[in-house]
Design a protein around this ligand. Structure first.
Ligand code: NAP
Length: 317
């Protein structure tokens, strides 16, 4: 029986599944392991089922025992894992695509609605009481007819586009490569970021965190947006330069932000907390029972497939 380290708690039924297939070292207290502890606990294991809270940088990967052949990440994003270091050690890295697309797109739409329709201020006022309806009370931005720019029109971006279109938004997108017409679904392609941002009344960041995308939304690129644009991020915090974004909110260059993800989670930049127009969530993208179950089962299946065949369809390196 292969031995695996599961670095965080999974839903119980998924831990049972893992224990039925592997000798599984569970984290029953759901402790956030230090990098050193992660290395120590990997001793004698054949694989690791990791989560996005595990920083598997090159230093940590270089210290892993030779017995580790695969890191199966419990997420579609794998920015927490240094792929070059994993390649050098001959360690396969896998992810959990598709199963979380719908749940994450729902949160992507919630961010757009929450930021455009001033949900943070509305919730606070409703809780405090004493608010008075008036014709101009908490007026927000309507989605109908506004242009949605999707940065990273992959699985999640396409699903957000489909829902946003049904809400009357006009879809634009930027990827490094243009999609086929059936995937575009009438959206307009921009071959560069500047061109996309210049038509984005609302921006939805949906691309992965990578060396290329870190701080892609920064002091310079924010200026390409129309004045009073809304910026949402359902992908990864690393893609936005926080100081520049907070400055843009201060100047009203950006009307509102809708954020699910942050640099240095859970310690988001306190500048966001000062802004009533910031609609902020604690990384809830895939947080539904069905989706978390499907993700864990897929992460387990990825390990099983790799151990049995030496390959895996969800291998990313
Ligand atoms: P995906 O299908 O791989 O889509 C990613 C898209 O980004 C692709 O269309 C890709 O197109 C584009 N892209 C990649 N690098 C780019 C670059 N440098 N410039 C412009 N576009 C770029 O991934 P997905 O399943 O939709 O997931 C997207 C991301 O969402 C994940 O990586 C993850 O970080 C995040 N996520 C967050 C949550 C959450 O809880 N909030 C949940 C799930 C996923 P090209 O390759 O043509 O450029």
């Amino acid at each position: 029986m292969k031995k695996i380290l599961i670095t965080r708690r999974l839903l119980r039924a998924c831990e049972d599944k893992a224990e039925g297939i592997f000798e599984a070292n569970l984290n029953l207290n759901d402790e956030l392991y230090s990098q050193q502890k992660l290395v120590e606990l990997s001793e004698g294991c054949d694989g690791i089922l990791s989560s996005l809270t595990d920083k598997l940088d090159s230093e940590t990967i270089n210290k892993l025992p030779d017995s580790i052949k695969i890191i199966s990440n419990f997420a579609v994003g794998f920015g927490n894992i240094d792929l070059d270091a994993a390649n050098n050690r001959g360690i396969a890295v896998t992810n959990t695509p598709d199963v979380l697309t719908d749940a994450t797109a729902e949160i992507g739409i919630l961010l757009i609605l929450g930021a455009c329709r001033r949900a943070s201020e509305g919730i606070e006022s409703a809780r405090q009481g004493g608010w008075k309806w008036s014709a101009d009370y908490l007026i927000g931005k309507q989605l109908t007819g506004s242009r949605l720019g999707i940065l990273g029109m992959g699985r999640i971006g396409q699903k957000i586009a489909k829902i946003a279109k049904s809400l009357g938004m006009i879809i634009h997108y930027h990827n490094r490569s243009k999609l086929s017409e059936d995937k575009e679904q009438g959206a307009t392609y921009h071959d560069n970021l500047k061109s996309l941002l210049s038509v984005s009344d609302v921006l939805s960041v949906c691309c992965p965190a990578s060396k290329e995308t870190v701080d892609m939304i920064n002091k310079e690129t924010l200026e390409y947006l129309p004045k009073g644009a809304v910026v949402t991020n359902v992908a990864r915090g690393d893609i936005i330069e926080d100081e520049a974004m907070i400055d843009a909110l201060d100047r009203r260059k950006v009307y509102a932000v809708g954020l699910d993800v942050y640099k240095n989670e859970p310690n988001l930049n306190p500048g966001y907390l000062k802004h009533k127009s910031a609609f902020i969530l604690p990384h809830l993208g895939s947080a539904t029972k069905d989706t978390r179950t499907a993700m864990a089962n897929l992460a387990i299946d990825n390990l099983d497939e790799y151990f049995k065949t030496g390959n895996c369809k969800n291998k990313v390196n």
